[in-house]
Unconditional design. Structure first.
Length: 126
């Protein structure tokens, strides 16, 4: 079984595609990932965790992961970490206090550059 690590923060605002990690607590600020989804899950009371998209791999886990074909749930949700879970790999998730700024588009890059020039923290708290 390979081990991966990911990071998440408490989700305070639900967006159209929240990118949620569902996990079982294993320590005060750590979850064992059970599922990743773009839906708002799980239902009911309790915190939701926003998956940040930063990973740490053990070498053996990365070597195994890159050899796996895309899985059915990965293709359905468009979330590559589901490939690891479906293959029986373990993903531990560390809970962090802030969500770093995502830089996924040219507009995001301009925002990041402006924040760096202004000396602002690069979090999604804008």
């Amino acid at each position: 079984m390979g081990l991966l690590a990911a990071f998440a923060a408490v989700l305070w605002r639900v967006t159209a595609e929240p990118d949620v990690v569902v996990g079982s607590p294993v320590a005060p600020r750590r979850l064992r990932a059970l599922y990743f989804t773009r839906a708002t899950a799980p239902a009911g009371d309790g915190p939701l965790y926003h998956h940040i998209g930063l990973y740490a791999y053990r070498r053996s886990a990365l070597e195994r992961f890159v050899k796996l074909p895309p899985s059915p749930l990965e293709q359905r949700e468009k979330l590559e970490q589901l490939r690891a879970l479906e293959a029986g790999m373990r993903i531990d998730v560390e809970i962090v206090d802030t969500v770093p700024l995502g830089v996924d588009t040219p507009e995001d890059l301009e925002t990041a550059r402006a924040m760096l020039e202004d000396g602002r923290r690069m979090t999604d708290d804008r």
